[in-house]
Design a protein around this ligand. Sequence first.
Ligand SMILES: Nc1nc2c(c(=O)[nH]1)N[C@H]1C(S)=C(S)[C@@H](COP(=O)(O)OP(=O)(O)OC[C@H]3O[C@@H](n4cnc5c(=O)[nH]c(N)nc54)[C@H](O)[C@@H]3O)O[C@H]1N2
Ligand SMILES: Nc1nc2c(c(=O)[nH]1)N[C@H]1C(S)=C(S)[C@@H](COP(=O)(O)OP(=O)(O)OC[C@H]3O[C@@H](n4cnc5c(=O)[nH]c(N)nc54)[C@H](O)[C@@H]3O)O[C@H]1N2
Ligand code: SF4
Ligand SMILES: [Mo]
Length: 722
Amino acid sequence: MAEVKTAICRFCHAFCGVNVTFEGGRPVKVLGDIQNPMYHGYTCIKGRQLPEQHLHPERLLEPQKKVGGRHKSIASEAALDEIANKLSQLIRDYGPRSVALYTGTYSFPYPAGAAMARAFMQAIDSPMSFTSGSIDQPGKPMALAFHGRWHAGPQPFAESDVWMLVGANPVVSKWGGIPQYNPGKRLHDALQRGMQMVVIDPRLTECARKAAVHLQCKPGEDPTILAGITHLIIREGWYDRAFVDAESSGFEDLKAVVAAFTPEYVARRAEVPADKLMDAARLFATGKRGMVTAGTGPNMAPRGTLTEYLVLVINTLCGRWVRAGEPMPNPFALLPTRLGRAQAEPKPPAFGYGTKLRVRNLGENAGGLSAAALADEILLGGEGQVKALLSVGGNPLVAWPDQLKTYDALKHLELSVCLDIKMSATAKMSHYVIPPKLGLETPAMSMPNEGVWFYGMSTGYPEPYAMYQPALIDSPSNSDLLEEWEVFFGLARRMGLVLRLNGQALDMNHDYTTDELFDILTAGSRIPLSEVKKYPHGHIFSDPSIVVLPKEGGCDERLDIGNALMLEELRTVRGETLTGHAGYAGSFTFTHRLVSRRLNDVYNSSGRDIPKLMKNGRYNPAYMNPSDMETLGLHAGDVVEIASSRAKILGVVEEADDIRPGVISMAHAFGDAPTEDHKLFSIGSNTGRLTSVDEDYDPRTGMPVMSAIPVNVRRGDQAIAR
Ligand SMILES: Nc1nc2c(c(=O)[nH]1)N[C@H]1C(S)=C(S)[C@@H](COP(=O)(O)OP(=O)(O)OC[C@H]3O[C@@H](n4cnc5c(=O)[nH]c(N)nc54)[C@H](O)[C@@H]3O)O[C@H]1N2
Ligand SMILES: Nc1nc2c(c(=O)[nH]1)N[C@H]1C(S)=C(S)[C@@H](COP(=O)(O)OP(=O)(O)OC[C@H]3O[C@@H](n4cnc5c(=O)[nH]c(N)nc54)[C@H](O)[C@@H]3O)O[C@H]1N2
Ligand code: SF4
Ligand SMILES: [Mo]
């Protein structure tokens, strides 16, 4: 008998509300849930593969331990005993700092897991907690720390008449600007309404095709372009003078620095026509409502923090923050009520506080400790060396920058534990691999997407939406799986630790359920979780009485559009020479720039083992403009050698006339250990290997150059097996 149940898809962070059909207790089909008020029936090809993902023949069903170079099954209780013993010994011998945690992509959909992992690190008193956010867009929280956050939040997409996307492609990525909850429909509706969009991207992306103005720029020049737009907005008087006077500081300093970024200068440097730059500035600034938002492209290119800062500056110049009396964009549902005020928040410290790393003078910063420094922390001997790595839902070997260094570091560890559903590239190198339950087997809630508010200037859900999903099926019979949180709770129990969740000490003798933990995590929420559970299709818990409050009397916080550090960096940019590829080490001798991108069918390193997601091949093509291919004598399917100042990789070239000449566009997190390079056509290649963590990096966040990477490209050895 077939049975249909609603679920939260956790293949990616978008959390679509879906309908799952079960037959004989097995998931067989996934479709969008038309009745869901946030997603309106949307699913993508990845989400529709949840059954294949759950029933995958290579899914790990038992913990693995590496013995004599090979992985063998081990009972979960025994694995936790051994790991707890080893951790205790390392902490005794080398101190708590010898234990590091890395939470990757799949920490997001499992809030109890991420919270328990952090609680564990607190309990052992190790400051070495790292997240994939630090190699994603750490410039976002950094820029907010420099500029300040508008307490009530940004203007909502649904009411905007203009929008500007800088190196983001939300229709595919479900991230980076347009609310990631059925972004295709949201964009379609907005365009129907008359909204106009500016897209700044070296590729004619799915979003750029819908734009009124597309600046198909040379990658890596976003600070210059945005400074040029800022200059035009000021020069033409298109800014919101009343808002700028009342709520910001530093206008005159900003005006002086951006004056040097004339349209002619920007045109020469970023290779965008001056009149198009003017069109972009005019369209955006003379619109009434709408934001500039940036994505991973420019955040991974040099000076991501400066780019994000200029994004905030343009929004502030145009007064694009919600004002007193307007509806509060998202007062939250599963988090405590957020009442917004029409005022700037006090600025948190951006850097120079808290934990210090031992390399590159890096340390705690608004973007978190840099995962790009973790390989060095493992390799560098002496006091404070990291000896154990606990990796949760991440894949360091293929996702971290500077792959060759990461490879060395992972071999160097005394203890590596990887929580993963399959033998990923990192799992294969780990001493222990602990497989967790998957999304349909554990309860889910939408809360993490509310927390997005605190990462950048997005509101997460545009409205106070919430959904809960109970566990819908049992894990496969004969499996020995632990939820992520159970691993950390189990280790803590063995090590005699008391963990704290959401300010509450846990009873370490109690056998918690995930639902009990959800109750703890949502304590004090605006809408009780028990209420949310009554709506299997999810629900928007609107309350029209919640409007943005006026500025508090005596509040003299201002948004800082003239931050001295940021303007100094912008002056440095302007001082760079313009011949060749200016800006970063060694770039003069390189002919191309390699840019990051997302592929629709896969999610970072996930999905490449699911048949329907492999129809475009198992590798990550090196997309190039046909004119570049002709110059180099290349044909589609040829093997190319791509060389940066750090390393060389092979790629399989594919023709793409949506990409600017001089640019190679390639997805990350493909490939495997360097020993597997000969499998190019079945595993792809690792663009992270081209990046260097200690050559070009942001001195405060440690973020290396991971897009707009200067490279040379030439025909490679065609003999490689297909
Ligand atoms: N299907 C799918 N969805 C995903 C992912 C996936 O792997 N697959 N990954 C997820 C993750 S981890 C994240 S963080 C989000 C990211 O979400 P987005 O930030 O939207 O990521 P992309 O779609 O790669 O868009 C980045 C764009 O930047 C452009 N770009 C590259 N370099 C530059 C530059 O120097 N300047 C400018 N202006 N543009 C540049 C690229 O051409 C690309 O179009 O996506 C998430 N969603
Ligand atoms: N060169 C370059 N490097 C990049 C980027 C880039 O654009 N260019 N992008 C960066 C960005 S934005 C990010 S976010 C990082 C991503 O960095 P990571 O998060 O480290 O990498 P992923 O490939 O997403 O790793 C996810 C792992 O989780 C496993 N997994 C899948 N489902 C589950 C589950 O339910 N539970 C658990 N425990 N595990 C599961 C998958 O099998 C996979 O091994 O990469 C960064 N690296
Ligand atoms: S966008 Fe696709 S993978 Fe992401 S949650 Fe929705 S259906 Fe799942
Ligand atoms: Mo990411």
